[in-house]
Design a protein. Structure first.
Length: 238
């Protein structure tokens, strides 16, 4: 039953039972006070149109849809128009499959990118290892990539210096190559007890967990067969 007084619309319902999120409530007469869009004199055409539009808008309220459609209130009837049109932040972006850079478990990740810029990193549901799940560190990979304090230049601190200085990548790679070769010259053992040994024991290499099989094969060939290094290992084995 509905009746109107100026400015207010009362909706009065007789005794009924309400199923609300699985719990049943019974009561006597309930009433909802709804805003009335205009009152008093008979409305003209524009006013009738406005009332019809407002009435339609009111019936889109999640609570009224739940009551009139007899739903539980945990589905689309509880959503506003804005909620129904929401999209994930990576909607329309390209995606590349990757592996989490932290530990040796090898959880799969989906890297969403748009315009040569990473916009989100999520777990990969197709990964047989993690099945879409990521630990707190893996879930924070996006910030690892995009954080404003991420270092993007090589830092070098000379011996006995108290401050870091920036150098370009080419200079850094040349310095590493020179020092590796100098260390090999100092520590390479060709013979032991009159027998060929060909070992280098004063340099070690520890690979990262995200290196694939092909990269590990080349590293082993270069450092063991090429330089004679004995201590060649990988984070995934520790």
């Amino acid at each position: 039953m509905r009746f109107t007084i100026p400015g207010v619309v009362y909706l009065v319902l007789p005794s009924f039972t309400v199923d609300f999120f699985g719990a049943r409530f019974m009561g006597g007469i309930y009433s909802w006070i709804l805003l009335a869009w205009g009152a008093g004199a008979a409305p003209d055409g524009a006013a009738r149109h406005a009332r019809a539009r407002h009435s339609e808008a009111r019936m889109n309220w999640p609570l009224l849809r739940q009551i009139t459609e007899g739903r539980r209130g945990d589905g689309v009837e509880a959503m506003s128009d804005r909620t129904r049109t929401l999209q994930p932040r990576y909607a329309g972006a390209e995606v590349a499959r990757s592996i989490c850079p932290y530990c040796a478990v090898g959880c799969g990740q989906l890297v969403f990118h748009r315009g040569n810029r990473v916009i989100s990193i999520e777990g990969d549901p197709a990964s047989p290892i993690s099945e879409g799940h990521l630990c707190p560190k893996g879930a924070a990979s996006y910030e690892l990539v995009t954080h404003a304090n991420r270092l993007t230049k090589v830092k070098y601190r000379p011996a006995y210096a108290t401050a870091w200085q920036e150098i370009d990548l080419e200079t850094a790679m040349d310095m590493i190559a020179d020092r590796v070769w100098a260390s090999r010259e100092r520590g390479f053992v060709e013979k032991a007890d009159g027998k060929p040994l060909m070992q280098l024991r004063n340099i070690a290499h520890l690979g990262g967990a995200t290196l694939d099989n092909e990269e590990n094969y080349l590293i082993k060939k270069l450092f063991a067969a090429g330089l004679g290094m004995v201590a060649v290992s990988n984070q995934a084995r520790i």
